[in-house]
Design a protein. Structure first.
Length: 207
């Protein structure tokens, strides 16, 4: 069993749980690129979030508003397009983290370590900050290579009954970080999802 097995960050289920604003801002950016300003306006109106979008930058947002926006994207654009948009938003979030949140020295080190070792260190850092993207969900690491991550009560899968995995935002974010920091051929997938009837959402990242 990996040394990273069962690294866990548990947050009490709460109506006041919050998530970093990229879960909203980067989805808006993905929609803007794909559907223009009209698509953004329609999405924000659908979710009831239009009045305060500009105020979101740099502040944590209630997880329920993140859930509302991603659900609104499914209604507005359909499941397939919404999945692509969410994955793009996750990748944009990964780029944001690389540019503004992960120190240059740490990135330099991770890129030069053996992939298995670098994966352990990256997962430790991700787990430490899991509250910023998992909200009231429970984040855990099962192993480092291939990386296996779980989120119980995932905000992205919550209140969805699609029969297929739907946490594409997380897939995109994990994949982008691993591409840049661990291996350029890294790929991520969600193998289990609460939206498909699983007890939790499980993500695998391999290279």
């Amino acid at each position: 069993m990996s040394h990273t097995a069962m690294i866990e960050r548990r947050v009490p289920l709460s109506a006041t749980a919050k998530i970093g604003p990229n879960a909203i801002l980067q989805l808006v950016e993905a929609v803007r690129t794909a559907h223009g300003e009209g698509g953004v306006t329609d999405l924000l109106n659908e979710a009831g979030l239009a009045p305060y979008l500009d105020a979101l930058r740099g502040v944590m947002v209630p997880e329920q508003e993140v859930i509302r926006l991603h659900h609104a994207a499914v209604r507005r654009f359909g499941p397939a397009d919404a999945a692509r948009l969410a994955r793009t938003a996750g990748r944009l979030t990964g780029d944001y983290l690389l540019e503004r949140r992960i120190p240059v020295a740490a990135q330099w080190l991770l890129k030069r370590l053996p992939a298995r070792v670098a994966s352990r260190l990256l997962l430790w850092a991700v787990a430490k900050h899991a509250w910023t993207f998992a909200g009231s969900g429970i984040f855990a690491v099962e192993q480092a290579a291939p990386a296996i991550i779980t989120i119980q009560n995932s905000p992205m899968g919550r209140h969805r009954y699609d029969g297929v995995p739907v946490c594409d935002f997380y897939v995109g974010a994990f994949e982008r970080l691993y591409e840049v920091l661990i291996h350029p051929q890294a790929q991520a997938q969600e193998t289990d999802c609460i939206a498909a009837g699983a007890p939790l959402c499980r993500f695998q990242i391999y290279w």
